[in-house]
Write a protein that binds this ligand. Structure first.
Ligand code: SF4
Ligand code: SF4
Length: 196
């Protein structure tokens, strides 16, 4: 294979070496640098994956996440998943477990969870897929990775406490009463009082 130019670096491991890695022993301590077939590519992936998982553990309860991914009991009750075929909550949870956090934060589908609490109410484990999406969305906003439309909505909500600006001409045409003040000022004053 090498003579024909194929990359050929399939490393061979003893089971105990893999066990050692999983227990947190460093490749050097395990003597993996002495392998005849270099394990560098595998070790690079391993270390990348380990740091991704450390990051995941910082934000998520891994044990609950794994239980939820195996359970899948409420997936067919999620109104968003039923109406938006591209939104597959458990596929997203699977990707969280694979450590693909950065890629997920850019995914528009995470915003399809409307936080309706259905999964929370149905969950016998008192978990709820919603928790995962709330964290993903929060991180996406914090890291400036939310879709433009969402950013605009968040900005409009922060400024006016509405998700959109009432359109006076349209309201007039539809003979709707003038929109009431949003109560934003009172809300801000309340927040200030809580902070004090
Ligand atoms: S909270 Fe989100 S994930 Fe849970 S059922 Fe509602 S839309 Fe689906
Ligand atoms: S949220 Fe609860 S009921 Fe739904 S899949 Fe996860 S563990 Fe199962």
């Amino acid at each position: 294979m090498r003579r024909q130019g194929d990359p050929f670096d399939i490393p061979v491991f003893h089971y105990t070496e893999l066990l050692g890695l999983a227990m947190g022993i460093t490749p050097k301590e395990l003597g993996l640098n002495m392998h005849r077939i270099k394990a560098d590519t595998f070790l690079k992936d391993w270390s990348q994956r380990s740091s991704q998982m450390e990051l995941i553990e910082e934000y998520f309860d891994l044990a609950s996440l794994k239980r939820c991914h195996v359970c899948r009991a409420c997936e067919n009750d999620c109104p968003s998943a039923l109406n938006v075929p591209k939104f597959e909550p458990q596929a997203i949870i699977g990707r969280v477990l694979e450590g693909k956090l950065e890629e997920l934060l850019k995914l528009p589908e995470i915003w399809n969870c409307v936080e309706c609490h259905t999964c929370v109410e149905l969950c016998p484990q008192r978990f709820g897929m919603e928790k995962v999406f709330t964290i993903l969305k929060r991180l996406a906003v914090e890291q400036n990775m939310a879709p433009e439309t969402m950013k605009n909505m968040i900005d409009t909500f922060s400024a006016t406490s509405r998700l959109g600006k009432p359109q006076a001409t349209l309201s007039k045409r539809l003979k709707l009463p003038q929109a009431k003040p949003s109560g934003m000022q009172e809300w801000r004053e309340l927040l200030e009082r809580f902070k004090a």
